[in-house]
Design a protein around this ligand. Sequence first.
Ligand SMILES: NC(=O)c1ccc[n+]([C@@H]2O[C@H](COP(=O)([O-])OP(=O)(O)OC[C@H]3O[C@@H](n4cnc5c(N)ncnc54)[C@H](OP(=O)(O)O)[C@@H]3O)[C@@H](O)[C@H]2O)c1
Length: 300
Amino acid sequence: MSTVAVVGTGRMGSAMARSLARAGSDLLLYNRTEDRCRQLAGELGARVADSPADAAAAADVTITMLADEAAVRAVWQADDGLLAGAGPGGVLVDMSTVPPDVIRSFEAAARERGAGILDAPVSGSVQLAETAKLTIMVGGEAADLERARPVLERLATRITHIGPLGSGAAMKLSVNTLIFALNQAVAEALVLAERSGIERATAYEVFATSAAGAPYVGYKRDAFVDPEAAEVAFSLGLAEKDLRLIVEQADRIGVRAPQARTDLEQVRAAIGDLGEDRDASAVAVNLRSASGSASPSGGG
Ligand SMILES: NC(=O)c1ccc[n+]([C@@H]2O[C@H](COP(=O)([O-])OP(=O)(O)OC[C@H]3O[C@@H](n4cnc5c(N)ncnc54)[C@H](OP(=O)(O)O)[C@@H]3O)[C@@H](O)[C@H]2O)c1
């Protein structure tokens, strides 16, 4: 049986590790904050690696699922990092949301050590990671993807080979442009309905069953309808990071992207009021508190 390492057991990494364990994978875990990963390893019957290098040396496929570019660079490039432990036969797969040039900057070192390398970011939240229903966008060589595919299939309903290394990351920024536009649109539409005198849950039910009822609208229902009770699935802090990357990518390649700039502004306003640890759907909470209280009929 092949061994899979998951490096970074945050919200998404933990959920992915659960899916891999359920599918019978021989699992090795590593996390900067060790407690977090020891607890999970106990729960899943997995082993804990001493360092990212040890994880990469022992695994056939090593997945990183980390917060941002700084985290990915720290974990891949440290003296005891992934690249130091990689060897022939192994494939290193970064699934974090980071700019496309990050994975390209690791390619020479990975190849020198005989390892395969892929960027394979995901669309879908914690719930979809836990139920192995992610969409995975892959950049890299087809031969490397074929080696990693049996592992990726344990996480996803859809795996699309986008193109060369970095193209998965570029695709992820594009699809997230759509997700954050939808997040902001749902927030605005919901507050508009509420302030028109319509009950929140009723309005959401109509959204979810309307022409605009995308899967995102369905699985964010609890977060939008009862924001104080729902668990954080994707933080405002990570949404700010993603939207910043989207705007930077748009500027780099000369795309105007006015919607993404507005979405970034709104996420930053929500962080200013609520802090960065709330779920990204809390843009609605912020909009609600920032909106006036004209009468439901419109106030004249
Ligand atoms: N949550 C979602 O719905 C979702 C969906 C699609 C894609 N993503 C992307 O998936 C990635 C992970 O998201 P998440 O929600 O799982 O985030 P999270 O819960 O905040 O977990 C972040 C992980 O990164 C690690 N980390 C942060 N800084 C580090 C550093 N400097 N060195 C080493 N490790 C570091 C954390 O380790 P510690 O435990 O030590 O802090 C933790 O394992 C992000 O790129 C996000 O944009 C998330």
